[in-house]
Design a protein around this ligand. Structure first.
Ligand SMILES: Nc1nc2c(c(=O)[nH]1)N[C@H]1C(S)=C(S)[C@@H](COP(=O)(O)OP(=O)(O)OC[C@H]3O[C@@H](n4cnc5c(N)ncnc54)[C@H](O)[C@@H]3O)O[C@H]1N2
Ligand code: MOO
Length: 409
């Protein structure tokens, strides 16, 4: 394998590995047109451009009275010449009169301000104004939100309710999106059984499948899973070959380390190529990346804590890239450390951490148990706190915090 770090003892730094993977990720080319209300979580394959103004006409921001300030003096009483409910269009405002108007009603031609009803005294068909408003008061002009020609959603936007609402506001009900990705999950290990079955001596429940399935579905992927794969080269090769016939990406867990029961690397090498193995991250060191035939493959380590980190920090950006998203890298913000760490390590470490306010400052601290075999502590954490390789940590040091809120959707 040319250029593969697989045979050297050196661990590839996290940033370099992510860059390498993203550079080789190929966006799917097939697109489809879907109804806007079915487009949540889909990635736009072309920009959405508005043909109209939003709002289409000037309208009132208040319930009150539309006037022309030229015909108004303080304390003046004007007759009410028309009533314009939302959905109706008024007529030209006669000089020296006021129009009864409601929030969202179109401003009648000739009016140039709206006075909210709390600032007026209504007597029968007349209304008295306490003061004179400024020109334009309480009027939302046509095109205040969107003007014709404006791009309201970029190519590559992963749509959520905000985008769907904005696209709806310009009258569009169908969008062109990239097709969904089919991802096959392969969980390897003779010790694994599915929940609901009896866990005999030497066995454990398969939790990685559920971690991966939940996270893939949150990204809008179609998931394929055919069951647990035993620790043999033959079984692993068969599972990978089948996956390569029907999936856009294969993600496995377990069997990528150095033990003689770890067959995933060898199976991938026999069916394709391994481009990368072993990263300078903790947990998740033995991550493998390559291809089975032409289908990209990501081999995550078996430890559930390592699955969490490698999926969210590496597989997720890779998938977003394949999905055509224009925002792939995990978002983070700096947070003060609420702890010390005297001994630096040679790998970027991703701690499952919780946030706490103290004396007006936001601090992050590791939740109890950072063992990569422990999964339950992850639900007590609010995100990953990253300690860069070779770095000691002092209290109040600023460190990047990756909130789960942003990573799990
Ligand atoms: N001699 C060495 N041993 C190990 C090294 C090393 O460098 N030298 N690396 C360690 C690290 S770090 C990790 S991470 C693990 C990864 O090993 P594998 O990817 O081969 O994973 P397995 O051995 O198959 O499993 C590890 C662990 O995780 C449990 N597991 C596996 N699959 C699941 C699942 N679907 N659901 C729940 N739990 C699962 C498995 O039972 C093991 O306990 O290797 C270290 N060893
Ligand atoms: O890289 Mo491993 O996940 O630390 O146990």
């Amino acid at each position: 394998m040319s250029g593969c770090s697989c045979d050297s003892d050196a661990l590839m730094p996290f940033a370099e590995a992510l860059e390498t993977l993203l550079a080789s990720a190929q966006c799917i080319s097939e697109t489809e047109t879907v109804l806007l209300d079915q487009a949540n979580n889909r990635v736009l394959a072309e920009p959405v451009i508005s043909k109209i103004s939003v709002p289409p006409a000037a309208n009132s921001a208040m319930d009150g009275y539309a006037v022309n300030i030229e015909s108004l003096t303080a304390g003046l009483c004007l007759p009410i010449s028309q009533r314009i409910a939302a959905g109706e269009q008024g007529v030209v405002l006669q000089p020296g009169t006021a129009a009864r108007i409601f929030t969202g009603s179109e401003i009648p031609p000739g009016a140039n301000a709206v006075v909210m009803q709390e600032r007026c005294i209504r007597q029968g068909d007349n209304v008295t104004f306490e003061g004179i408003p400024e020109a334009g008061a309480n009027i939302r002009p046509a095109g205040q939100d969107i003007q014709p020609g404006r791009c309201v959603a970029e190519k590559g936007a992963r749509l959520d309710g905000r985008h769907q609402g904005v696209i709806a506001s310009v009258g569009i009900n169908r969008v062109k999106v990239y097709r969904r990705l089919r991802v096959e999950i392969i969980t390897t290990g003779d010790e694994l059984v599915m929940p609901g079955e009896i866990c005999a001596g030497g066995q454990i429940y398969n939790s990685n499948y559920f971690v991966l399935r939940g996270m893939l579905e949150a990204l809008g992927c179609e998931v394929i899973f055919t069951g647990i794969i035993g620790d043999t080269l033959t079984e692993t090769r068969e599972a990978l070959s089948l996956a390569a016939e029907r999936a856009d990406l294969i993600i496995s867990s377990g069997g990528v380390s150095v033990g003689e029961e770890d067959y995933v690397k060898a199976a991938v090498e026999s069916l394709g190529e391994l481009d990368l193995w072993r990263l300078a991250i903790k947990p998740g060191k033995p991550l493998a990346y390559g291809r089975v035939g032409q289908v990209p493959f990501l081999g995550l380590p078996g430890n559930p804590g390592a699955v969490l980190v490698t999926f969210l920090m590496i597989a997720r950006p890779y998938l977003l890239s394949m999905l055509g998203s224009n925002s792939v890298e995990p978002a983070c913000f700096p947070v003060k450390s609420g702890f010390t760490r005297d001994k630096p390590i040679a790998r970027d470490e991703f701690l499952r951490a919780s946030l706490e306010w103290s004396e007006g400052q936001l601090y992050a601290a590791p939740v109890h148990s950072q063992s990569s075999g422990v999964l339950s502590s992850s639900v007590l954490a609010q995100g990953f706190l990253r300690i860069p390789a070779q770095q000691k940590v002092c209290e109040n040091d600023l460190l990047p915090f990756y909130p789960f809120d942003g990573l799990l959707s």
